[in-house]
Write a protein that binds this ligand. Structure first.
Ligand code: NAP
Length: 254
């Protein structure tokens, strides 16, 4: 049996839809107090109302350091502390290298990589106070394990998160803070849906379990990293992909 995380203060960036909303809902259903963030005010307020249990919203762009400072300040105001930070906000616009503009490259790295850094940095004093601080990054199989045409910048940002994670885990170990990452495969979200039906059916074919993952699948893995029982695990990753990275060829996917 795992110790309850009821009452713990949890921040989930990009928690207004997709995987982040799923993570926030899993934590809230477990009795945690949740603050979700995103840029769209109306979508964010709606999401906080839909998440079962205690959920709040603050509008913030993780690519801006000042916004991340505001996320931490809001959590402190609401909860009096921060126990868990899920740095989940991310974007995945596609562009092959020959059409990749500097602006697009900067945007992906700013949101996915610098956003991770700014979010954790802003919450760090509160995480140290917590005594059982947890940082959980949403990386991806794309970049750390696999590749996909059009996602050089995205893959670099997601692999970059893991480079960040390993040193952050060492820096924060003596403060009792663990830093781990979930690596989703293809998960049914609004963002994934934007890639089109062709993409999702092609991906479903490549997954041995023959189905996309759900946002709850990612939420439960994140919840495990947040428990007291996972307190000796740091700098690690868990792949949640229905077996997608395993086949050596399309035929091997079964
Ligand atoms: P999604 O459905 O597009 O949701 C993205 C969330 O992030 C929204 O809440 C969005 O809200 C927020 N967001 C986007 N840019 C932001 C910014 N600059 N600042 C703050 N919030 C921002 O995406 P998803 O599919 O759930 O993906 C979430 C994370 O999982 C990403 O890091 C992605 O790389 C990773 N991932 C997803 C999959 C998948 O199959 N879905 C697979 C591997 C990894 P606003 O637009 O209102 O800001």
């Amino acid at each position: 049996m795992f110790t309850s995380i009821a009452g713990r203060a949890v921040v989930v960036t990009g928690g207004t839809r997709g995987i982040g909303k799923g993570i926030a809902a899993v934590f809230a259903r477990s009795g945690a107090r949740v603050l979700v963030t995103g840029r769209d005010q109306a979508v964010g307020e709606q999401a906080a109302a839909e998440i079962p249990g205690e959920a709040h919203f603050v509008a913030a762009d993780v690519a801006r350091r000042a916004d991340c400072d505001r996320i931490a300040a809001t959590a402190l105001e609401l909860f009096g502390g921060i126990d868990v930070v899920c740095a989940n906000a991310g974007i995945f616009p596609g562009a092959r290298m020959d059409e990749m503009t500097e602006d697009m490259l900067n945007l992906v790295l700013d949101v996915n990589l610098k956003g991770t850094f700014f979010t954790v940095q802003a919450c760090l004093p509160a995480l140290k106070e917590s005594g059982h601080g947890r940082v959980i990054l949403t990386s991806s199989i794309t970049g750390p394990i696999t590749g996909f045409p059009g996602w050089t910048a995205y893959g670099a940002s997601k692999a970059g998160q893991l480079g960040y994670l390993r040193t952050a885990a060492i820096e924060l170990a003596s403060s009792g803070i663990t830093v781990n990452a979930v690596l989703p495969g293809n998960i049914a979200t609004e963002g994934l849906g934007d890639l089109g039906a062709n993409y999702t059916s092609q991906m479903t074919e490549a997954i041995p379990m023959r189905k996309l993952g759900t946002v709850d699948d990612i939420g439960y893995a994140a919840l495990f990293f947040a428990t007291d029982e996972a307190g000796y695990i740091t700098g690690q990753t868990i792949v949640i992909d229905g077996g997608q990275v395993l086949p050596e060829s399309p035929e091997a996917a079964g």
